[in-house]
Design a protein around this ligand. Structure first.
Ligand code: FAD
Ligand code: NAI
Length: 472
């Protein structure tokens, strides 16, 4: 392939156009830098193409179907034999993705960001090669930002085959609803995509290595969500690890072993499809990191300083590829902070105020410390409020779940907020803002909350933490 001499002098080349990379590129352009963003596959990265956006489209569609078939008749909404037309479900989802990714292209043009299509490799600090079907070119730049994201972890003994043994990407685009689906891993993807297919009619069994779902979450909240998912028909087998899987005649047999109270057990489960959701790994293939001198940890994550600098001057990294919470909004905030720091400003990410949401029904949202983390730090106070006592939730006939507010017992400082409920993803924004502003528990309890709304439950939980509950 012909190599060309270095082209266009950029201030910044961002590698990867996921939420971390494209947001960083836009912020850098706003700061007056001359920016290019290299992307080898799709604008919008994992999140817009094969992550947050398509999964939320499927979660919403499947929940509407489930609601219609399970919840609405007693309210007078009757539908005779509603059915799912899966190709149309997928077309809708793909259309949502297309609109969002087109939006990134528009933002690049609007902000005069050069979109370089191809595989990037760092030749040296200040030089990036971009290879595509039409050839290779080298670009020079003052700074490089690595935002190459993450990819699904493959189990060595249960490799993806794209037909019966699936990654999350394949699990978002099934051609038919599996009669039985085994999900390996009860983390974010396991419960979200497990929910989608369960609501559409699959029998779903989740095999989870640990004793409960969503390991980093507050235990009380995760257990309450698990019970709710079980009521919806999902089955869980904990302390269980999948060992091998054999596909034949369109079915897969999964051999597993579990640790139970009565000792170790082995067993076999059969399903039409197996979805592997055991975590994600950093993407750094072909980037030339070792040659450039960029350090990675033992799991391959790029190592950076608190200012997102690698140990090579002029090379920075953000987002999933540096580890920590693998969340789109975390990647975005890091991207913004990193380019602000490059531009001589005071970029900063307050990780304590980073919310996380599981988009099941009910949704589970959290910000700040779990009860376990807060209790390990010192004396705490806790207030809870159930949605059964919230007028709006009653009117919506959606009363599952509760709010838990955790504060410092001595100072009243707000430490953590957890919401299991119908619109927890929206409600958590208030709590994230409160933590960002270093609010006290009393601040939430004294702030106006419109009536009747779901966020009143957060206020009541805050009041309860200070023994001032009014509604319970
Ligand atoms: P990515 O989005 O992974 O983007 C990296 C980009 O870099 C890719 O487009 C890749 O093609 C490109 N690239 C890699 N190497 C090169 C190279 N050498 N040259 C050129 N380009 C390269 N997070 C949430 O916050 N909320 C959610 O609801 C949510 N749902 C999810 C659902 C699923 C099914 C999955 C899989 C993930 C979900 N996530 C969610 C996680 C979220 O998608 C990631 O945290 C986020 O995309 C990370 O952003 P990033 O910019 O670091 O990397
Ligand atoms: P995860 O880390 O959330 O969960 C993986 C689960 O698999 C863990 O519970 C782990 O104990 C289990 N596990 C690991 N090996 C196993 C084995 N051999 N057998 C059985 N269980 C095993 O990873 P997941 O679900 O793949 O998602 C990756 C990341 O993507 C998430 O951590 C999250 O950061 C992000 N994501 C975020 C979403 C959101 O914000 N709503 C939605 C989906 C993904």
């Amino acid at each position: 392939m012909p190599m060309t001499m270095p082209q266009s002098n950029f201030d910044l080349i961002v590698i990867g156009a996921g939420p971390g990379g494209y947001t960083a590129a836009i912020r850098a352009a706003q700061l007056g830098l001359k920016v290019a963003c290299v992307e080898r596959e799709f604008l919008g990265g994992t999140c817009l193409n094969i992550g947050c956006i398509p999964s939320k489209a499927l979660l919403d569609t499947s929940y509407r179907f489930y609601d219609l078939t399970h919840h609405l008749a007693h309210r007078g909404i009757k539908a005779t034999n509603p059915t799912i037309d899966l190709p149309t479900v997928m077309t809708f989802k793909d259309d949502v993705v297309k609109k969002m990714t087109n939006g990134v292209g528009y933002l690049f043009r609007k902000n005069k960001i050069e979109h370089l299509i191809g595989q990037a490799r760092i030749l040296s600090p200040g030089n990036v090669e971009v290879k595509s079907a039409s050839g290779a070119a080298t670009y020079s730049t003052k700074n490089i930002l690595i935002a190459t994201g993450s990819a699904p972890i493959e189990l060595p003994k249960i490799p993806f085959d794209g037909k019966n043994i699936l990654s999350s990407t394949q699990g978002l685009s099934l051609p038919e609803i599996p009669k039985r689906l085994i999900v390996i891993g009860g983390g974010y993807i396991g419960v979200e995509l497990g929910s989608v297919w369960n609501r559409l009619g699959s029998e779903v069994l989740v095999l989870e290595f640990l004793p409960g779902i969503l390991p980093p979450s507050d235990r009380e909240m995760a257990t309450a969500l698990q019970k709710s998912l079980e009521k919806q028909g999902m089955k869980f087998r904990f302390n269980t690890s999948a060992d091998t899987a054999v596909a034949s005649n369109g079915k897969v047999k999964v051999n597993y072993h579990s640790g139970s109270e009565t000792g170790p057990e082995t067993g076999v489960e059969e399903a039409d499809k197996v979805l592997i959701a055991v975590g994600r790994k950093p993407v750094t293939d072909g980037l030339g990191l070792t040659e450039a001198g960029v350090q990675q940890d033992h799991r391959g994550f790029v190592m950076v300083s608190p200012h997102y600098a690698t140990r090579v001057p002029g090379i920075y990294a953000i987002g999933d590829v540096i580890g920590g919470a693998m969340l789109a909004h975390k990647a975005e905030e890091e991207g913004v902070a990193a380019v602000e720091i490059m531009a001589g400003k005071a970029g900063h990410v307050n990780y304590k105020a980073c919310p996380a949401v599981v988009y099941t029904h009910p949704e589970l949202a959290q910000v700040g410390m779990t009860e376990e983390e807060a209790a390990a730090r010192g004396p705490i106070k806790i207030g809870k409020f159930p949605f059964t006592a919230n007028g709006r939730a009653r009117g919506m006939d959606d009363v599952e779940g509760f709010v838990k507010v955790i504060g410092d017992a001595k100072t009243d400082r707000l430490l953590g907020v957890h919401v299991l409920g119908a619109d927890a993803s929206t409600m958590i924004a208030e709590a994230a803002m409160a933590i960002e502003f270093a609010a006290s528990v009393e601040d939430i309890g004294r702030a106006f909350h419109a009536h009747p709304t779901l966020p009143e439950a957060m206020r009541e939980a805050a009041l309860a933490a200070n023994h001032l509950a009014r509604q319970m």
